[in-house]
Design a protein around this ligand. Structure first.
Ligand code: FEO
Length: 395
């Protein structure tokens, strides 16, 4: 028997979430080096109560036991579904079965997803509109539509009396440990990584959502992953920068090399850029953590992609990196492509095809047969200087 840890955030507001210490992958794609948490919250009003979000499948019993530490789960009046993804909505069937009188609250799109994904009967769903409120008695919940952060149905819930914003995935971080932001020294590094992996493709929608909550008096932000922000100005400030696409005097270099030729080229340009006072984040794609790469793309002004030719096309890891850049849509402005081939090129053309419509200025490309010659190296140094100048002019 585990003694469940329920945390009181404010009067009659409790964290009843779960910590998934050993989870190492999200969406079978995103590495989670420090696990993650699925934060769920209980708000108890004078007349009614509400559970805000639930937990990942497999943690239903834990959630039930935590709720039980505060109220009998059967007495839940409302289950607020800010987001339909299973890591937050996966325990909805369990809770709705326990709490037979509970209504599920969701946006219009969320209501459809609740029926499709979780078989919630239509007559048990209450659809709420943007800015609609629900009084639990001394606790008023305001629902704020925030679509495409990062699914179409997403919304935030704001608890007016306590000034707590529950934004589900927005403002989150994949960290299993810690409860509050000020307990984590490098929280913004993890939050940046999370932004890069999940929110960066939706920068325009993030800007809209940030504008929408600008007028709210927010004392605490309680997201659905990672620590709760009791100093919300830090994460709000970071999100404003990232959503605006603010970059640093920085280049991300991502490369793969089979026989060190491409590596020699990328290391040369790294030397040149560093000498020109450009911050470098270098990722060997054969060993790097893609979450770290996503994090560095968030605030880089340029990308150098080292992509050797293998079997007439770009190395698969370089293709993956180019595809990732296109999918995550970072605010990078400049690209340099470096490549080496044994007996026939093709990688440069291939990665450009993969990048497709992604709008960047290709500052230059160097395609070398075998290891780089002195002349190749001179060209790379020149290209590095041109790139550094562009990066610094933009800064
Ligand atoms: Fe944490 Fe989009 O789910």
């Amino acid at each position: 028997m585990v003694e469940r840890n329920v945390v009181k955030l404010s009067e009659n507001v409790y964290w009843v979430g779960s910590r998934d210490w050993n989870r190492r992958l999200f969406d079978a794609l995103i590495p989670l080096p420090r696990g993650t948490s699925y934060n769920a919250y209980l708000v108890i009003g004078e007349k009614e109560n509400a559970l805000i979000d639930t937990v990942n499948p497999g943690f239903e019993k834990e959630l039930e036991e935590k709720i039980h530490a505060v109220i009998r789960p059967e007495t839940i009046d409302y289950v607020i579904m800010n987001h339909a993804e299973p890591d937050h909505a996966g325990a909805i069937p369990h809770i709705m079965k326990l709490a037979t009188k509970a209504k599920l609250i969701a946006t219009n799109r969320g209501a459809k997803m609740a029926q499709t994904f979780y078989a919630v009967p239509k007559d048990r769903i209450k659809v709420v509109g943007d800015n609609e409120t629900l009084s639990l008695g001394g606790k008023t919940l305001r629902f704020i539509e925030a679509p495409m952060l990062h699914w179409p149905e997403t919304m935030f819930t704001y608890l007016q009396e306590d000034k707590i914003l529950f934004p589900c995935d927005f403002f989150g971080a994949h960290l299993a440990g810690w409860l509050y932001d000020d307990e984590v020294e490098d929280l913004l590094v993890h939050a940046q990584r999370y932004w890069g992996e999940i929110m960066m493709p939706f920068r325009a929608m993030a800007q809209k959502a940030l504008e929408k909550i600008q007028g709210l008096d927010i004392k605490m932000i309680a997201p659905s992953h990672g620590p709760i922000h009791r100093n919300p100005e830090h994460i709000l400030d970071a999100y404003r920068r990232w959503a605006n696409g603010e970059t640093r005097q920085k280049a991300t270099i991502a490369y793969v090399s089979m026989w060190n030729s491409t590596e020699k080229m990328v290391k040369q340009i790294a030397e040149t850029l560093a000498a020109e006072d450009v911050e470098i984040a270098l990722h060997n794609l054969a060993i790097t953590d893609t979450g770290d790469l996503a994090k560095d793309l968030v605030d880089s002004k340029a990308l150098v992609l080292g992509a050797p030719t293998v079997l007439g096309v770009a190395h698969p890891l370089a293709v993956y990196a180019a595809y990732l850049v296109k999918a995550l849509r970072p605010p990078i402005k400049y690209v340099v492509l470096l490549s080496s081939y044994g007996w026939g090129g093709g990688a440069i053309k291939h990665v450009q095809e993969v990048l497709g419509q992604f709008k960047v200025e290709v500052v230059g490309a160097v395609d070398v047969n075998g290891p780089p010659t002195e002349e190749n190296t001179r060209k790379i140094v020149e290209m590095g200087k041109v790139l550094a100048k562009k990066i610094k002019e933009e800064a």
